[in-house]
Design a protein around this ligand. Structure first.
Ligand SMILES: N[C@@H](CCC(=O)N[C@@H](CS)C(=O)NCC(=O)O)C(=O)O
Length: 207
């Protein structure tokens, strides 16, 4: 049975949201673990087999899957749905490309921008945040979602990042409405409520 290691209020919340979108597969176990947080609180959890103590992480027997982009590809293959085109289906290339582009380009430039880091070599390699945002705007120019008329797990990942870093959302153009559509889903509300409940339980004296 695969096990998904999740820390509430972290990058793994996107994966919890996806698990809900996939109908909460009965054979997928969810284990909530602690992590070291950016503010210095918390610590790696000995129950989490991730080699760096990070989340999200999936263990499936001897198979180990780390990184959201890979985990999204793995989960959507294992539990087929209309959230992702599979190999041989229309849209497979763009779907994988968005996942890899997010992990390899967009998140790095968003983090560099957040910390105010500018460097010619980095810019030459990754471009910059305005360029990344323009890629998303261009994709949404004549469609509701990144791949077309239907929401996919690529929207879940990338719109989720805009919802987290709201300052990245341009004042004009299609991104704001798209982020709103992608966040206005039961899966997002459920994941947020479960995370809040778990955090509350952990901070109560009886925990
Ligand atoms: N690139 C990874 C990032 C994973 C990551 O950094 N997760 C953070 C939580 S938001 C973490 O586990 N931090 C714990 C630590 O740094 O020890 C992904 O997208 O899955």
């Amino acid at each position: 049975m695969p096990t998904f290691y999740h820390a509430p209020h972290s990058r793994s919340t996107a994966i919890l949201t996806l698990v809900h979108e996939l109908g909460d597969p009965a054979d997928l176990d969810i284990v909530r673990v602690g992590i070291r947080r950016g503010d210095g609180s918390g610590a790696p959890d000995p129950r989490n087999p991730h080699p760096e103590g990070k989340v999200p992480f999936i263990a499936d027997g001897d198979d180990m899957i780390r990184e959201r982009a890979a985990i999204i590809a793995w989960l959507t293959e294992r539990y087929p749905s209309d959230l992702a085109p599979l190999a041989g289906q229309t849209g497979r290339g763009p779907f994988l490309s968005w996942l890899a582009w997010y992990a390899g380009v967009m998140e790095p430039v968003a983090i560099l921008d957040y910390f105010g880091i500018e460097n010619d070599g980095l810019k030459e390699t990754f471009r910059d945040l305005p360029t990344a945002i323009r890629q998303v705007e261009a994709a949404l120019k004549d469609r509701s979602y990144l791949l077309g008329d239907s929401y996919t797990a690529a929207d879940l990942l990338i719109a989720g990042a805009f919802a987290f870093f709201r300052q990245m959302i341009p004042g004009t153009g299609p991104i704001e409405a798209w982020v709103g559509r992608c966040q206005d889903r039961d899966s997002v509300r459920r994941a947020a409520a479960e995370d809040a409940e778990w955090m509350e339980r952990m901070s109560s004296p009886a925990a």
